[in-house]
Design a protein around this ligand. Structure first.
Ligand SMILES: NC(=O)C1=CN([C@@H]2O[C@H](COP(=O)(O)OP(=O)(O)OC[C@H]3O[C@@H](n4cnc5c(N)ncnc54)[C@H](O)[C@@H]3O)[C@@H](O)[C@H]2O)C=CC1
Ligand SMILES: O=C(O)[C@@H]1CCC=N1
Length: 270
């Protein structure tokens, strides 16, 4: 089985490593690089995966997955440039960074695949979107899709859609956590104990997510089924509409898309 190295084992890097272990990969098939030694020791202790330097990662791994913050990409590209080439496979998980940036900075012909995953990788429920760069072949995409499908669902999209994907599914879990947090607060407002409010809302979220994923029904139909004439739900919906929650979500997701575009532009002059 292919050896995978994650370059930058922070939140998403760890989610990927942990998801791959859950999916049955062995610690020996995985590597990571990490600039903070304490973080490196913590991960090796927790998962039994070796922390290495970039040159060892490039030597031993078939797939190099870049998972540093977009703002930290420059030194990683400098380190990778002498170590990779047309026989390598570089995968970027970085929000906003186009494959063209990697292609400009790495040796001619280096295959690059851009991916936007999300943290539910930790529980094998990731949504990942993949886009090939100029030198990535269908076989490279197959390898990346196989890797990611072991930790969730995978979709191929044109790279021009990746900023929108980042705003939707990359950041998406945060929006749901935010809503759940607010709904738990509402339970507190109504006088429920916090633990009770948490259980009620988290299980409602799990149930609603399962219905969305498993029933063929549109979300509007599912919502209508909860909304009885002159009942309780319609009173709540009226307040949500009055407070512009739908418009707020449209504006929020558009702002996230714009930030993804901006993160990519920061490296245009390289
Ligand atoms: N957190 C999330 O939900 C998602 C994050 N992403 C992308 O994943 C990337 C990482 O995000 P997070 O994990 O949230 O950030 P993070 O800050 O938690 O992780 C980045 C890790 O990279 C390490 N690092 C930085 N420079 C390094 C270098 N030169 N060599 C080795 N290690 C280095 C840092 O010490 C840190 O542990 C970002 O580009 C982000 O856009 C993509 C999808 C979802
Ligand atoms: O907030 C961020 O920039 C990253 C990318 C998508 C989710 N988290």
């Amino acid at each position: 089985m292919a050896t995978i190295a994650v370059l930058g084992a922070g939140k998403i890097g760890e989610a990927l490593l942990s998801g791959l272990l859950h999916a049955g990969r062995k610690p020996e098939e995985l590597l990571f690089t990490e600039r903070h030694p304490e973080r490196s020791a913590e991960l090796t202790g927790r998962y039994g995966i070796a922390g290495v330097d970039v040159s060892e990662a490039a030597k031993r791994a078939d797939v190099l997955i870049v998972a540093v913050k977009p703002q930290d990409i420059e030194p990683v590209l400098d380190e990778l440039a002498p170590l990779v080439g047309p026989g390598s496979l570089v995968v970027s998980l970085c929000a906003g960074l186009p494959t063209a940036l990697y292609e400009r900075r790495l040796p001619e012909g280096t295959p690059v695949v851009r991916v936007m995953p999300n943290t539910p990788m930790l529980v094998n429920e990731a949504m990942s979107a993949v886009s090939p760069g100029r030198h990535a072949t269908p076989e490279h995409i197959r390898v990346v899709e196989e890797l990611l499908s072991s930790v969730g669902k995978v979709l191929e999209v044109p790279e021009s859609q990746q900023d929108a994907v980042t705003a939707l599914s990359g950041s998406g879990p945060a929006y749901f956590f935010f809503l759940v947090e607010a709904m738990i607060d509402a339970g507190i407002l109504l006088g429920l104990p916090r633990a009770v409010a948490e259980q009620l809302i988290v299980q409602s979220a799990v149930g609603a997510a399962k219905m969305l994923a498993e029933s063929a029904e549109h979300p509007v139909i599912l919502r209508e089924a909860v909304t009885s004439p002159a009942g309780t739900t319609i009173n709540a919906i009226r307040e949500l509409e009055k407070h512009g929650v739908r418009a707020a979500l449209l504006a929020a997701i558009e702002a996230a898309r714009d930030r993804s575009v901006e993160l990519g532009k920061a490296h245009e002059e390289d």
